[in-house]
Design a protein around this ligand. Structure first.
Ligand SMILES: NC(=O)c1ccc[n+]([C@@H]2O[C@H](COP(=O)([O-])OP(=O)(O)OC[C@H]3O[C@@H](n4cnc5c(N)ncnc54)[C@H](O)[C@@H]3O)[C@@H](O)[C@H]2O)c1
Length: 270
């Protein structure tokens, strides 16, 4: 039996580590040729992809150059995985948020109660908001657009998978992150309709908490309470999210279009 992505060519953004690196590995195991795009070229190279390219998804010229380079290297493109994402940016109120959380936890430990109000929004500056939007939303738009341009020029069908988050629906997390990930779902649904006549399918995946380097900055007690709230009792392994992405990328999902595949161990908070 041939591998289900044999003969296909893909690019994955944010491919240097975490979920993106796991997606590279899985798409390659399923037979695809893969270009790893990341801000950090050394990490992209370490992913083991067929091609590694430095790319800042928040910069449309950088995206256009990387997508063109991947198309030239492989002679075609079939799969785009828009995975690059950030949870915070400079001046977004994170420092005040984490400071207040620490203060609240200390009071709780000492007195069993706390009067500390934990804010982020009121400390969030314009550039802090825009910094997360630039990567998570603008970056997804730029990569979808460049991929669609290449496929339109080549007259080829293809498929896009956008990485959203359970936070889009639950509201758990910061304002810019939740808003950007919800916007990615709106973009996905619209593009699925617009690009369907070109035989380009567009879907999103909404992972729940997943054990990647980004989790390493979070205090252990938060991780423990987060895992306790997940009915499956644990975070996802990046390979589990990658397996869902590979399904959406394959012809097994040929009639799945405009969908959000939720991979969160049933950890809805609403
Ligand atoms: N880890 C989770 O619990 C979780 C849950 C839901 C959704 N997600 C989403 O999954 C995706 C991957 O998350 P992760 O946990 O693997 O993150 P991560 O921080 O471990 O890895 C993100 C990668 O993206 C790259 N990157 C960041 N900004 C970039 C930019 N402007 N251009 C190109 N590359 C850039 C980084 O260099 C890094 O290699 C993100 O979109 C994230 O929001 C993660």
């Amino acid at each position: 039996m041939s591998l289900r992505l044999a003969g296909r060519a893909a690019f994955v953004t944010g491919a240097g580590r975490g979920i993106g690196a796991a997606i590279v590995k899985r798409l390659m195991a399923d037979g695809a040729k893969v270009a790893a795009l990341d801000l950090n070229l050394a990490d992209a190279q370490a992913s083991g992809a067929d091609l590694a390219l430095a790319c800042n998804v928040a910069d449309s010229a950088s995206v256009a150059a990387a997508v063109k380079a991947a198309r030239e290297a492989f002679g075609r493109l079939d799969i785009a995985v828009n995975n690059a994402g950030v949870g915070r940016a400079a001046n977004d109120g994170s420092d005040e948020f984490y400071g207040a959380m620490a203060q609240r936890n200390a009071q709780l430990a000492e007195q069993g109660k706390s009067d500390v109000i934990v804010d982020q929004l009121i400390h969030m500056q314009d550039d802090g908001w825009a910094g997360v939007m630039a990567v998570n939303l603008n970056g997804t738009f730029y990569t979808c657009r460049e991929f669609a341009r290449v496929l339109a020029d080549d007259g080829n069908p293809g498929t896009i998978i956008n990485v959203s988050s359970t936070s889009a629906q639950s509201g758990e997390g910061s304002a810019h992150y939740c808003a950007s990930k919800a916007a990615v779902i709106g973009l996905t649904r619209q593009l699925a309709r617009e690009l369907a006549p070109r035989k380009i399918r567009v879907n999103a995946i909404a992972p729940g908490p997943t054990n990647t380097p980004v989790m390493q900055g979070i205090p252990d007690e938060w991780i423990a309470s987060m895992e306790a709230a997940i009915p499956l009792g644990r975070m996802a392994d990046p390979a589990e999210i990658a397996a869902s992405v590979a399904f959406l990328a394959s012809d097994d999902a040929s009639y799945v279009n405009g969908s959000v595949l939720v991979a969160n161990g049933a950890s809805y908070y609403f």
